[in-house]
Design a protein around this ligand. Structure first.
Ligand code: SAM
Ligand code: SF4
Length: 445
């Protein structure tokens, strides 16, 4: 009898939620490949299915539970299938309780991703579910392997966690306290990305403005931008998110001076009423935000300002909601992500009386979207006839005959052109504007 060939096991990751989770999934893929797994083409051929979950809103959790039910019934037919469950939901004790009899083999949290290969090996060996979640963040583990999709744009963590405790938000509980990565580690990653052909990076943090706090080296986010700006091969630098309470003049100056840093600031307002902002624990007022908008437009002419907005926060009256609409009209956001407030158990706002009925939240969301879409369309229309520098990303998903690209302000521009343009920074002339995208033609001067 000859030696039996051992087939490498295949994995598939299901990622939910924000850019941080997308980035974590790249690390998870790197760890799995490092321990001998290969990526499966689809779920049906995977030996390991891993959920990287989000708990920021109830709807995100529901999606995960729906899919988990589906995968658990697959496991009934294929008992050897391994299911792993990580990310923000795994940090919550009530979720872990629910997972006890769900067919999940490995549960890991946001603070111990690096332990994953060991936890999977344990589950395989012991043939029993392994639940290992760290309640508290440890030191940042550097370097971790990474398996990024080849492409032009890459996400780069500059910090983890959050200290702000906005009263509605689960993130400080699932991601721990704020920790910044050392600038040298970040810069090294940018250099590696440039060497691998990436042209654009998005620097990620829950509040990038407080980058550097707690590091031995005295460094602020503005300094990091200046240093990132000098990495050869990286042509565009984006960042998210900026908390409106602490955008310094020095930071705005850096955005203006660093030619690779795109003129786009995502500074979520969340709500327009001072009473609600206070109850949200946001630590700024509408007046402060309006002054910030003035300063952003003063230092960075033409800057694109985008926001997150929540409707139906507990106790939000029609008058409070009108204040949000009023701010949207005054600021004229280039774009906004709009959400209905979702009650997150363990957060302060979950205990507030006067939760708003779902129907009311839905109506407010619709009214807010109508206004925001109208404003975004008007702003986009002002760009008709203008020449915009775009980074060409590839064939358009909606029309593969055309190319899709992005302006410095993060607007999508669809246009006709040869495949040789992919990966290049070129100029396009905007010919037509819609609410969420622009259309243009290659402008070769
Ligand atoms: N750190 C970022 C900041 O402060 O802007 C945002 C992180 S959070 C993952 C993204 C957005 O989700 C928030 O800006 C907020 O608008 C929204 N969000 C957070 N908790 C929410 C909740 N309980 N209900 C509805 N939306 C929520
Ligand atoms: Fe959540 Fe506020 Fe922290 Fe953003 S700043 S992650 S909204 S607590």
């Amino acid at each position: 009898m000859g030696d039996k060939e051992i087939k490498p096991l295949k994995y598939r990751i299901l990622t939910y939620g924000c850019q941080m989770n997308v980035r974590d999934s790249e690390t998870i893929a790197g760890l799995l490949e490092g321990s001998g797994f290969n990526q499966a083409e689809d779920l049906s051929e995977a030996d390991l299915i891993l959920f990287n979950t989000c708990s920021v809103r109830h709807s995100a959790e529901n999606k995960v539970y729906g899919k988990l039910g589906e995968i658990a019934s697959l496991k009934k037919k294929r008992p050897e299938l391994l299911i792993a469950f990580g990310g923000c939901m795994a940090q919550l004790p009530e979720v872990r309780q629910k997972l006890k009899k769900s067919g999940v083999d490995v549960v890991f949290g946001t603070h111990n991703i690096h332990e994953l290969p060991y936890l999977i090996a344990r589950a395989q060996e012991e043939r029993n579910p392994v639940f290992e979640v760290w309640e508290k963040e440890g030191r940042i583990v550097e370097p971790l392997p990474s398996c990024r999709k080849p492409g032009l744009s890459a996400f780069v963590n500059i910090m983890f966690g959050c200290n702000n405790f906005c009263s509605y938000c689960i993130v400080p509980y699932t991601r721990g306290r704020e920790r910044s990565r050392k600038a040298d580690d970040i810069l090294r990653e940018l250099e590696e990305l440039a060497a691998a052909g990436y042209k654009e990076v998005t620097l990620l943090g829950q509040n990038v403005n407080s980058y550097g706090c707690g590091l031995e080296e005295k460094i602020e986010f503005a300094d990091l931008l200046y240093r990132a700006n000098s990495v050869a091969g990286i042509e565009r630098i984006r960042f998210t998110t900026s908390h409106p309470k602490d955008v310094s003049d020095r930071l705005l100056q850096a955005i203006a001076e660093c030619e690779k840093v795109c003129e786009h600031i995502h500074a979520p307002l969340q709500a327009g009423s001072n009473r609600i902002l206070q109850r949200m624990n946001r630590n700024y007022s509408r007046e402060h935000y309006l002054k910030l908008v003035e300063r952003m437009r003063h230092y960075v002419p033409g800057v694109s300002i985008t926001s997150d907005l929540i409707v139906g926060f507990p106790g939000e009256t029609e008058e409070d909601f009108q204040d949000t609409l009023d701010m949207v009209e005054k600021v004229r956001f280039d774009a906004a992500f709009t959400f209905m407030y979702s009650q997150r158990s363990g957060t302060r706002a979950a205990e507030f009386a006067e939760q708003i009925p779902l129907e009311e939240k839905k109506q407010r969301l619709e009214r807010l979207n109508r206004l925001q879409y109208q404003i975004a369309t008007e702003i986009n229309q002002e760009l008709e006839g203008s020449i915009q520098e775009v980074l060409v990303e590839g064939p358009s998903k909606t029309n593969p005959q055309k190319l899709t690209s992005r302006t410095r302000s993060n607007r999508i521009v669809i246009f006709s052109g040869g495949k040789d343009l992919i990966g290049r920074l070129i100029n396009v002339k905007i010919t037509e504007a819609k609410t969420f995208s622009l259309f243009g033609e290659f402008f070769d001067e």
